[in-house]
Write a protein that binds this ligand. Structure first.
Ligand SMILES: Cc1cc2nc3c(=O)[nH]c(=O)nc-3n(C[C@H](O)[C@H](O)[C@H](O)COP(=O)(O)O)c2cc1C
Length: 185
């Protein structure tokens, strides 16, 4: 770390495993000295507010958890980040990012990061086999890769199962953490 605090802009969307962000990403990285600014999509925000998990993330990070856009004239509640990550990224959020749709604060943040030279963006698509068979899926992923996005995917990382036939499993947290850390190295 060299005494330098790195900042992660972390976006969670409405996909399985978002409830594990605290233990899988936020607590381990905060322990390693990272500052983390969490933004949730409206779906993920609804889920994590209902359980109190959003408040816990705010307490642990020391920053507000964003869901809504600020009012014009309000100051920015989050610092700029050295690296951004979308974990988990739903198929919906991936599709919107691939074409630049920014109709919520989480997408606004990540679209801007994708368009900013030198700012790494790490994305973990938390999808099933049906999502991957959508006729546009391959082109969405290709567009993001071409833009320099670091995709955490592949058979060794997240083998795809059919919808509703997935075994219970954790997200590949350690792998995701490593990709975030190495993206800034
Ligand atoms: C319980 C539950 C689990 C879901 N898990 C996933 C998932 O793992 N991956 C995914 O792409 N969509 C999943 N969805 C569907 C998304 O939540 C839905 O497409 C939503 O519009 C995503 O919005 P967002 O991308 O703005 O968060 C799930 C929905 C529910 C209700």
């Amino acid at each position: 770390m060299g005494g330098t605090t790195r900042t992660l802009g972390l976006v969670g969307s409405g996909a399985g495993g978002v409830e594990g962000l605290r233990g899988g990403l936020v607590e381990p990285l905060v322990r390693s000295g990272w500052r983390i600014a969490v933004t949730l999509t409206p779906t993920a925000g609804r889920w994590l507010r209902a359980t109190g998990a959003a408040d816990e993330l705010a307490r642990i990070t020391g920053l507000p958890v964003r869901v809504d856009a600020r009012m014009p004239g309000d100051s920015r509640p989050h610092p700029s980040a050295d690296v951004y990550a979308v974990v988990p990224a739903s198929a919906n959020t991936i599709a919107k990012l691939a074409v630049g749709i920014a109709d919520n604060q989480a997408l606004t943040t990540i679209n801007e990061a994708i368009g900013t030279p030198g700012v790494p963006v790490v994305v973990f698509p938390r999808i099933n086999a049906a999502h991957a068979r959508h006729p546009r899926w391959d082109s969405h992923v290709a567009a993001l890769r071409a833009a320099g996005v670091h995709l955490v995917d592949g058979e060794d990382v997240w083998p795809l199962h059919e919808a509703r036939a997935e075994p219970p499993r954790d997200l590949p947290w350690q792998h995701i953490r490593e990709r975030i850390v190495t993206a800034t190295a």
